[in-house]
Design a protein around this ligand. Structure first.
Ligand SMILES: NC(=O)c1ccc[n+]([C@@H]2O[C@H](COP(=O)([O-])OP(=O)(O)OC[C@H]3O[C@@H](n4cnc5c(N)ncnc54)[C@H](O)[C@@H]3O)[C@@H](O)[C@H]2O)c1
Length: 380
């Protein structure tokens, strides 16, 4: 019999929905030692959070996250709020003895992230960060191939995350839906928002980043602030590119922007090794491209692997071979792994300490861009 685990979610936006969907579906597809009970949803606007709770099946609502943390009937806190709220909520949740699932990036910066790591480790509460792309089956398969040594020595890692939604100078900054443009709420622009995902995947697949050189640009310098009504300086980076050296000696090249007309969420990566290369594209997320130089010469070429067979990661739990799944399933997989780990008493990655590594890279990027110099990534 699976045990009930009572969840309290904070934030009902994009991620509030993605996570709630995962909690509702996970036990229909995975056999797990526990099952999420949607106990409470929390956000500041009572009517909106009530509407969200009714739609997704939460039993109750709170409008102050501190009240949620005081509740004895809540086992796990899910933080789906803007970046500037993660640390305060997570540290208080750890002190209240709750397990924590926190959205990415872990924190606004490294020092804040370290305090969060120390809080969960001191309280010994299970914790995880939602770097969900690790659990797209084709990306998990990439990890399997790298770990099996199929690529051999790795020479290059390349990643992009391109969008085009902030090109208009009339778009305001701050407030609901636009907090990502407000440095006080987001901490940084595309660096903490989009590159954070690329960096987490890269560290997972190819190991730590040792040193890097970055440049950032803010194309639109001033925008009206939704909360103050005034035109204010824009403090986030609209675009960021960096190149780096990994600890294993391979070279990395990363680019992210919200000014690439025509691209909505083009996350791609490619890894080139001594024997083989792999590449992946979020727009075609169920495929992994693979080239193996050891193939017979006349047959050598890029294979497009449709990652939908029963022996592909996670796929045996879904439909039948050949039928693909999508974006939302990466969140279902994360919940499944988290619950599985809880049952075994094992930490599931990326936990706070693991996600802190990405935070240190983000700090190094912003430092390098600001000071126009190569920067060593601090070791966490
Ligand atoms: N893993 C991913 O792929 C992914 C994707 C998108 C966003 N994110 C991360 O998830 C977090 C939320 O992003 P989003 O896109 O869901 O944002 P969103 O704007 O859609 O939703 C934010 C929610 O937080 C609530 N909120 C804000 N301040 C609050 C407070 N003090 N107390 C309670 N509720 C508060 C808002 O009312 C809203 O419900 C961010 O950290 C973001 O970086 C991760």
């Amino acid at each position: 019999m699976s045990k009930p685990l009572n969840f309290g979610i904070i934030g009902y936006g994009f991620m509030g929905r993605a996570h709630s969907n995962a909690y509702r579906k996970v036990n229909n597809f995975f056999d797990l030692p526990s099952h999420p009970v949607l106990k409470a949803a929390c956000a500041r606007d009572k009517d909106k959070v009530k509407a969200f709770a009714d739609k997704w099946g939460y039993e109750s609502v709170e409008t102050d996250w501190r009240k949620l943390l005081e509740r004895k009937d809540i086992d796990a806190i899910d933080i789906c709020t803007p970046n500037n709220t993660h640390a305060e909520i997570a540290i208080a949740a750890a002190q209240a003895g709750k397990m924590i699932l926190c959205e990415k990036p872990l924190a606004m910066n490294g020092p804040e992230g370290l305090k969060m790591v120390q809080a969960v480790e001191k309280a010994k509460v299970p914790n995880i960060v939602w770097y969900n792309y690790r659990r797209v089956p084709a990306v998990t398969l990439a990890k399997q191939l790298v770990d099996e040594g199929k690529l051999g020595k790795i020479f290059h890692y390349r990643a992009n995350f391109l969008q085009d939604w902030t090109i208009s100078a009339d778009l305001p900054q701050g407030g609901a839906g636009l907090w990502r443009l407000d440095v006080a709420a987001a901490g940084s622009g595309v660096t903490g928002d989009l590159l954070a995902h690329c960096i987490d995947t890269a560290i997972w697949l190819n190991g730590g980043i040792a040193t890097l050189s970055a440049m950032t640009e803010t194309f639109i310098k001033e925008r009206k602030h939704t909360l103050t009504g005034k035109v204010e300086k824009v403090g986030i980076d609209d675009a960021c590119s960096f190149f780096c050296r990994f600890q294993n000696g391979s070279l990395g090249l990363f680019e992210s922007t919200r000014y690439a007309r025509g691209h909505k969420a083009l996350y791609t990566f490619e890894i080139n090794g001594e024997h083989a290369s792999i590449k992946w594209d979020l727009h075609d997320l169920h495929r992994l491209e693979y080239f193996d130089h050891r193939d017979q010469g006349i047959l050598r070429g890029w294979r497009s692997i449709h990652v939908t067979d029963g022996d592909h990661p996670y796929m045996g739990k879904w439909w039948v071979p050949g039928l693909q799944i999508g974006y939302e399933h990466s969140f279902v997989h994360q919940v499944a792994d988290f619950l599985e780990g809880l049952g075994k008493g094992q930490a599931v990655q990326p936990d706070f300490r693991n996600a802190y590594q990405t935070q240190l890279v983000l700090d190094a990027i912003l430092d390098s861009a600001k000071n126009r110099k190569w920067t060593e990534v601090a070791r966490g």
